[in-house]
Write a protein that binds this ligand. Structure first.
Ligand SMILES: C[S@@+](CC[C@H](N)C(=O)[O-])C[C@H]1O[C@@H](n2cnc3c(N)ncnc32)[C@H](O)[C@@H]1O
Length: 231
């Protein structure tokens, strides 16, 4: 994607997103919190203390308040190639963490700074040829044993594909299958330690949501995640 693509959508990102997922009966906060709750399970896998978390492709900072809620006292760092999105993230969540512009190549953080990193709905906006190099750059910023969670839309889910096909900020999106993300981690030199399909039931079926933890193998969830661990 063009580096400034999300500068165009920054102001209206929240409303566009809200409109796009209306069919699910949920708001953007539901999905943001869901992902961060999953990240708390990754924390148990990495072992050791979690002092600093990187939100790669933080956008307007939607994950930040939930990171603050579920990882209290942890240093939170959001980075993105969209300066305008970062300005909004700072306005919305001033005091929650630090937001820094990413030049697309070298993250503005020292080696080994982070215990956990996450990228939620970011990689489908990045050209395929850059994926491995970017995962390696995030890995550089992780401590040994640290983990990187990539959360993506599931191209096998027809409702997800419909939502992406009708969303203006997804115009150039190229969805990634779970197996593709797992292969990227391996090619980038990380160990795949977790991979699940997630988000199965819309709001009108919310009584069924306790079953979701048994369905993580089923390629029908609206989203999926893969976690790579730095060896
Ligand atoms: C759909 S938004 C998701 C934002 C946020 N992660 C969330 O879940 O709300 C995708 C974000 O990825 C960012 N992005 C695109 N290419 C990037 C790159 N090469 N490095 C970092 N961020 C990138 C965009 O600027 C945009 O803010």
């Amino acid at each position: 994607m063009d580096v400034a693509e999300f500068d165009k959508f920054a102001d209206e990102y929240h409303n566009l997103h809200q409109e796009n997922i209306r069919i699910t009966g949920e708001n953007p906060e539901y999905f943001a919190e869901y992902k961060i709750r999953d990240l708390t399970r990754v924390e148990q896998i990495v072992g050791g203390e979690v002092n600093n978390i990187l939100d790669f492709g933080t956008g307007v900072g939607n994950s930040i308040p939930f990171l603050a809620q579920y990882f209290p006292g942890t240093g939170l760092f959001g980075t993105d190639v969209s300066d305008k999105s970062l300005t909004l993230a700072k306005e919305r969540f001033d005091g929650f963490g630090e937001f820094s512009l990413f030049d697309g190549k070298t993250l503005p953080y020292p080696e080994g700074k982070f215990d956990l990193a996450l990228a939620t709905c970011v990689f489908h906006h990045i050209p395929e040829e850059k994926h491995i190099q970017l995962i390696q750059e995030v890995s550089r910023s992780l401590r040994s044993g640290g983990a990187f969670m990539i959360y993506e839309h599931n191209p096998f889910n027809p409702l997800t594909r419909h939502a992406v096909n009708t969303c203006s900020f997804d115009e150039n999106a190229v969805l990634l299958k779970r197996v593709q993300v797992a292969k990227l981690f391996v090619k980038a030199g990380m160990e795949v330690v977790m991979q699940e399909y997630r988000v199965f039931f819309p709001a009108f079926l919310k009584l069924l949501r306790p079953l979701e933890k048994y369905l993580t193998w089923l390629p029908l969830g609206a989203q999926h995640f893969v976690v790579g661990k730095k060896l």
